[in-house]
Write a protein that binds this ligand. Sequence first.
Ligand SMILES: NC(=O)c1ccc[n+]([C@@H]2O[C@H](COP(=O)([O-])OP(=O)(O)OC[C@H]3O[C@@H](n4cnc5c(N)ncnc54)[C@H](O)[C@@H]3O)[C@@H](O)[C@H]2O)c1
Length: 314
Amino acid sequence: MEQSKTTRIVVIGTGFVGSSYAYALVNQGLCNELVLIDINLKKAEGDAMDLGHAVPFGAPMRIWAGDYADCRDADLVVITAGANQRPGETRLDLADRNAKIFRSIVDDVMKSGFDGLFLVATNPVDILSYATWKFSGLPAHRVIGSGTILDTARLRYQLSQAYRVNPQNVHAYIIGEHGDTELPVWSHTSIGVRPISDFLKRGIGPSQEELDQIFLQVRDAAYHIIERKGATYYAIAMGLARLTRAVLNDENSVLTVSTLLNGEYGLEDIFIGVPAVVNRSGVREVMDLNLSEEERKKLHHSAQVLTQVLKNIL
Ligand SMILES: NC(=O)c1ccc[n+]([C@@H]2O[C@H](COP(=O)([O-])OP(=O)(O)OC[C@H]3O[C@@H](n4cnc5c(N)ncnc54)[C@H](O)[C@@H]3O)[C@@H](O)[C@H]2O)c1
């Protein structure tokens, strides 16, 4: 009998984010083999045991604490390893520390003979996605940064509350750095089929000032959560699972990921969060939106900030 293709995902870094993502994978039955790698081997082993015991309640899956040789047959290597923000720290403050960690992780993955896609979540995610691209030597479309997928979800959730509609019907995007210089694309926001400008004109729903407040809550959400419980992980884990589905099911889904720009938005040689079509080959194409002048300026500012950090660490 012909054997069907086995799907293997390797998660590197089984901290809050990595283990929550692994749990989402088990819950959603997204792969056949799940390998957990962490510098703290005991943590990876404990998670593999705990998650393995969940398998009888879901879809069959092999789960083990592995090593870099296991990346050879992986479809997807997901990196969630490295330092997270301490209260008051920005994501960019982590750049130096985490770039060093990434150098050795990506080298070890590539030494295995890995020939799949990278999914990067560690912060600062735009910087580390670029670093993964450079360190790995893979074509840029095979490195997907989680970018502003989480920020976009936060915005859609807040707007869904304000307009009292299902977040699935909120079409809104945060673009730019996954961090302090990100921006909402109000010029391309709609609730169901109606542009948000229509709601504003008719005086239905939040005013522009209230929308601006909503954006600030979204932008600063990580700070507010970290202040309360030390880390954020459930929503990013679901976001990574969403990206995993888009890849493994070859969905051609439009998601806001961090990807290489080659002239789109007048920017190049930078990984930054923009809507892009994601499928089995990674990032198929970037959607080049016709931004308002103000949005374009803000996106360029965000890109400048990232470029400066890249210059300092690479
Ligand atoms: N992209 C996003 O939207 C998003 C959202 C939340 C958190 N994050 C980021 O995800 C990262 C992880 O956050 P967390 O809360 O899970 O942190 P954590 O401290 O709980 O976990 C990090 C894990 O990485 C492991 N690790 C460190 N160095 C390693 C190495 N060289 N090789 C293998 N494993 C190594 C640690 O042992 C630890 O288990 C942080 O950078 C955080 O800022 C990103």
